[in-house]
Design a protein around this ligand. Structure first.
Ligand SMILES: [Zn+2]
Length: 136
């Protein structure tokens, strides 16, 4: 009697099972930051007041920037479109508005020109502090 190989085994030999991917290490503080920035912004773009789509790091993650309400703002667009795209491609102008920080600058050290709150400092707790003498 001829033994016929199980076609399933042939398939398994040709395409072995892929190992399950290692779980990504979650960015520390990300969930809390997204929640607090979402509350602060009401889901709106903090630069133009339109509908916010994405979260921008004032100080880039590659420059040591962290997930914190002081270092993150809600912006419209993506990394290449609308306010988020503008901030990414116009870092000098964005720095003037407070939406970009250089490598050595600490989050919360410079105010942002928020469309929602006026000229304010971002706080670590997810709130805003008006600059002295400024209206917020
Ligand atoms: Zn915007």
């Amino acid at each position: 009697m001829t033994v016929h190989p199980n076609p399933r085994n042939l398939v398994r030999q040709m395409w072995p099972k892929v190992k399950p991917r290692a779980k990504k290490v979650k960015a520390p503080g990300k969930a809390r930051t997204l929640r607090l920035v979402g509350i602060r912004s009401g889901g709106m773009c903090e630069r133009c007041g339109g509908r916010g789509h994405s979260t921008h790091h004032l100080r880039n993650v590659s420059q040591g920037g962290e997930w914190s309400p002081q270092n993150c703002v809600r912006l419209c667009g993506s990394g290449s479109t609308l306010c988020h795209g503008w901030v990414t491609t116009h870092s000098k102008e964005a720095w003037v508005e407070g939406f970009h920080l250089e490598a050595g600058e600490e989050p919360g050290s410079r105010p942002i020109q928020s469309a929602l709150h006026g000229v304010v400092y971002l706080t670590a707790a997810g709130g805003v502090t008006p600059i002295e003498g400024g209206a917020a």
